[in-house]
Design a binder for this molecule. Structure first.
Ligand code: UDP
Ligand code: MG
Length: 316
């Protein structure tokens, strides 16, 4: 049953999840009805090209829900933001549409909230299901992003979390459009606690995050939450300059005492290629940050909602 001001909003970002969405809604509704007096289910259809919307509307005939349809695929981060902006609950839960995050963890999350925590987030107990390369990549990424940063982003945290209204308001008030939610959750602060969860295998369909989209996502995260890759070039440049001066001095002395021998063309070639490479890397890093600044300066909205539907159960 949906109230005018529900105590809990459950946000489900969904992209091509026709195989899962009905079951997800059913499970969420059953568990939420058991645990809280009032709730709403907000499904954000992130530009799905399959029957996700139709399946949601169908289940919506028996279980009231709100459906936000994006005009195209804007990505999970934006789908989460749209859900947060639309949510009316005193607390908000975000969870995936693929039933990987068991809804049974809602109960311990609510318990933590009752203890006074403003944010209760799920961390995966282990990554045994992932390949060694992905695990290594993730480890290195979090080392990089947390290096010298003001916020520390927990490595295995999920988007699956319960947040108090004040956390949601803080997130919605942030002006940036290219969002790296996992960083922002940490950045806003508040009393937080982790709940270890065991992920279930994806129910139907396939994962939307391949290597390339993860890489793009990672770059957004890096450029949002670090400055050190920009600064490190000052140090590198300084180091190379000092070494060059010392080397020049050495050549000067050597020429003075031993005369000119056959010029070292190999040294020259190596120096040219190495410095060319180093310079290109530094320009590339600059470019990444500049691209982000450019995207923000354009001020385009993060997402566009094409349609907003609120279903009511039939005969009520
Ligand atoms: N998702 C989305 N927009 C996208 C990609 C994914 O809303 O562009 C949703 C997807 O429907 C699912 C959640 O984000 O509910 C997590 O996606 P997925 O299960 O593919 O990621 P994985 O679990 O493999 O990391
Ligand atoms: Mg998944």
């Amino acid at each position: 049953m949906t109230h005018a001001t529900p105590s809990l909003s459950l946000i489900v970002p969904a992209y091509n999840e026709e195989a899962n969405i009905a079951e997800t809604v059913r499970q969420i509704a059953a568990e939420a009805a058991r645990l809280v007096p009032g709730f709403e289910i907000v499904i954000v259809d992130d530009g799905s090209r399959d029957g996700t919307c139709a399946a949601a509307l169908e289940i919506g005939k028996t279980i009231p829900l709100r459906l936000l349809r994006f005009s195209r695929n804007f990505g999970k981060e934006q789908a989460i933001m749209a859900g947060l902006n639309a949510a009316r609950g005193d607390a908000v839960v975000i969870l995936d549409a693929d039933l990987q995050e068991p809804i049974s963890y809602l109960e311990p999350m609510l318990k933590h909230r009752a203890e006074g925590y403003d944010m209760v987030y799920a961390v995966r107990a282990n990554r045994a299901d992932e390949g060694i390369a992905k695990r290594l990549f993730t480890r290195v990424f979090y080392k990089f992003i947390n290096y010298g940063g003001e916020t520390s982003i927990p490595e295995d945290a999920r988007d699956f979390r319960l947040m108090d209204r004040k956390v949601v308001n803080a997130l919605c008030a942030l002006p940036e459009n290219n969002r790296f939610m996992k960083g922002l959750y940490s950045w806003v602060g508040f009393r937080s606690i982790a709940v270890p969860i065991k992920l279930a295998p994806r129910k139907g369909g396939s994962s939307k995050f391949g290597f390339r989209s993860l890489l793009r996502h990672g770059l957004t995260g890096m450029t949002s939450f670090t400055n050190w890759p920009l600064r490190v070039w000052t140090g590198i440049g300084f180091g190379i300059a000092v070494l060059s001066i010392l080397y020049g001095f050495w050549i000067f002395l050597r020429t003075l005492f031993f005369g000119v021998d056959v010029p070292g063309w190999s040294t020259l070639t190596v120096a040219v290629f190495l410095l060319g490479g180093v310079q290109l890397i530094s320009v590339g890093v600059l470019g990444e940050y500049l691209a982000r600044v450019f995207a923000e300066v354009k001020g385009r909205p993060g997402y566009i909602i094409a349609e907003e539907i609120e279903t009511t159960s039939e005969g009520k």
